[in-house]
Design a binder for this molecule. Sequence first.
Ligand code: CTP
Ligand code: ZN
Length: 152
Amino acid sequence: MKEPKQLSVSAIENGTVIDHIPARNLFKVIKILGLDRIDNQITFGTNLDSKKLVQKAIIKISGVFFEDGDINRIALVAPDAKLNIIRGYEVVEKRVVTVPNRITGIARCMNPKCITNFEPVTTKFNVVSKKNVALKCHYCEKITDQEHLQFI
Ligand code: CTP
Ligand code: ZN
C-alpha cells in the first residue's frame, strides 16, 4: 500500500502559519525570516501534496506575528504563500504576500563583474517588474531577470 504523503503538523495556539511554500524553497524561507535565529517554537512539514504546487511545505511559528515588510521578503521564493494568523487556536486572518519594491540581500546580481559578486557587499535591487520578476541592481544597474534569479 502507498504511504500517505500528508504529514500532520499540530495546530498552534497563537502565531503564524505559512502555507503553500514550494518545498524546494523551505529552507530559503526559514533563512530569509531569520527563523534559524529565534527561540520560538517552530514546526514544519515538507513535501506535502498540494493541488497548486508539485510539493509544498508549511511552517508554523508560535508567538510570532510578522510585519508586512518582513513577510513580503519571502515573496520571491514563495510567491503563492498564504499566511494564517492564529489566535486562541482560531484562524483570525489570512494574508497573501506581495513582491516588495526593493530587495535587500536574498538575491544575487547576475552580472559577474558586479561588486556584490566579489566583495562582501549586501545586494540591493529595485524591483522593476513583479510578475516576471526583474531586479535592477543598485550597484551596477544591470537587470537580473526571473530566469537568472539565484538566491544567496
Ligand atoms: N492551523 C494551525 N493551528 C490552528 C489553526 C489552523 O496550525 N490553531 C493551520 C491549519 O493546519 C492550516 C492553516 O492553519 O494549515 C489554515 O487553517 P484553516 O484556514 O483552518 O485551513 P484551510 O481551510 O485548509 O485553509 P486554506 O484552504 O486557506 O489553506
Ligand atoms: Zn550588480
